[in-house]
Write a protein that binds this ligand. Sequence first.
Ligand code: ARG
Length: 457
Amino acid sequence: MYRKELLGDSEEDVIRYISSCKEDRKFVNEIIEVLILHTQSLAELGLIPREADKRITATLKELLHNPEILFEIDAEDIHEAIEIYLEKRIGELEDYLPLGRSRNDHVNAALRLKITRHLGDILSEIISMRRTLLKKCQMYLDTLIPTFTHLQPAQASTFSFYLCYIDETLDTYGEAIKLAIRICEKSPLGCGASASTGVPFDRRNMGKNLFPGYVRNCLVATGSRDFLSLSAGIVTSLAVALSRIAEDMIIFSTPQFGYILPPMKHLATSSMMPHKKNPVSMEIARAMGGKSIGNLVAILSVIKGVPSGYNLDLQEANSHAITLLERVLDTLHIMKDFFETMEISKENTMKDCLRFPILSTEVAELLSMKESIPYRKAHRLVAKLVRESKTMEDFRRSLREMYGMEISVRESIQRAPQGSPDPKRVKEYIAWAEKRIEEFETWHGGDTYECQRLSPA
Ligand code: ARG
C-alpha cells in the first residue's frame, strides 16, 4: 500500500524478508491502541470528519478483539496491514488516519507500552515472590545451615538468612525496574518520522491516556531504543541473579546435600533410570540466565552502529526484548511456586553444620577478642587445630582442653552486626522488607506508571 506509487510492486520474497509482521504479533494490541489514541488526537483538533473518526475508532476497537485477522494480509508490517484492513472495511474514510503520524513514532509508542506493561508485571511478580519468601523466612529463623564461599562450607547461618539474601536481591531489582518503567513510560507520539509534524499537536497531552510523560526530542522519540536496551539490560541482570539461585536449589536438592526437598511437581524423571528425580524447573530457570544474555546481546548488536534516526534494523530488536521479558516473568512465577511448596530437611542442614569446621572463624575471633591475641595469630592457631583434628569432635575437644572453650553452632550465629543470621537481625530485616514491599505496592498501583488500557469496544 505504501510503496505502489513511488516504487511499484515488490517481489514477494523481498517483502517476506523485510516484513516484521511475525514479530509485530507480540504487540499488535498496543499498536492498535496507539492508533486509537492518534485518531482521538486528530478528532480533537478537528482534522478528521466525525464520520471517519467514528468508523475508524469503532473498527480499531473491534480489531482489538480479533487482531489475528491482520496476519492474513501480506504487508511490510502490521502498521501497513492495519491500513489495508481499514481501507477494505471503511473505504476512503481510512485515508484521514495517517495525517501527522509515522510508523516510526507509532512503533516506538507501542513498544514502550508493551515493555512498560511487562515491566509492571515483572514488578508484581517480584512483590509476590517476596511475600512468599518473607512468609517462609518466619518459619526457618532457627534452621541452621552453612553458608558457602567457593562452594566450600564457610560459616554457620540459618535458612531464613539465606531467604533474606534472595529477598534483598529482588528488592534491588524492584528498584531498578521502577527506574526502567519511568524511562519507558513516555510518549513519542506527535513526533512523525524524525523531526515532528506540521499538525499542531500538543504533545504534552496527546499521549496522556496511555503515558504519563512524553519524550522531549522527536529524533529520540523515533530513532532511539535506549529504553529498550536499558530495560532488557536490567531484566537480563535479574535473570542472571535468578539463575544463581536456581543453581543453589539444584545443588541443595542433590542427595549428597539433601538440604531441600523440591516440590514433586517441579521434578521430572528419566526415561531410562527408574530412580531419577531431576530438578528440571530449576534447570530451565538456570538456563534462562544464559538465554536472556543471548537476547540482550542480540538487541545491543542490532542497535550498535545504526546511524541516528530510524532504520529498519531496529525492528529486529523488538521480539528479542519482548521474549526476554516474557521468559523472565515466567521464571519468577515458577521460582515463587518452588519456594512456596518446597521443604527443608533441618536434619541434613544441621548435620553439615556439625560435620564441617564452619565455626573456625568464630573461634579465631573469640580467641583474638577474649585473649587479646592479634587476629592473624589466632587464625594460624585455629588453622593448625583444624588441620590436626580428624573430626569435629576432635576439634571441639582440643578447644575445650587448650582454651576452655565450648562452642555451639546455635550460639555462634548470634552475631551483632546488622544483616547477620542472628534471628533478631533477621526479624529486623523482615520488618524492613515488609515496609519496602508496601512502598513498591503503592507505587505499583500509582498513577506514575499505571498506564490505562484502552478498553475494546
Ligand atoms: N516495522 C517497523 C518496525 O517494527 C515499523 C517502522 C517502519 N518504518 C519505516 N520507516 N520503514 O520498526
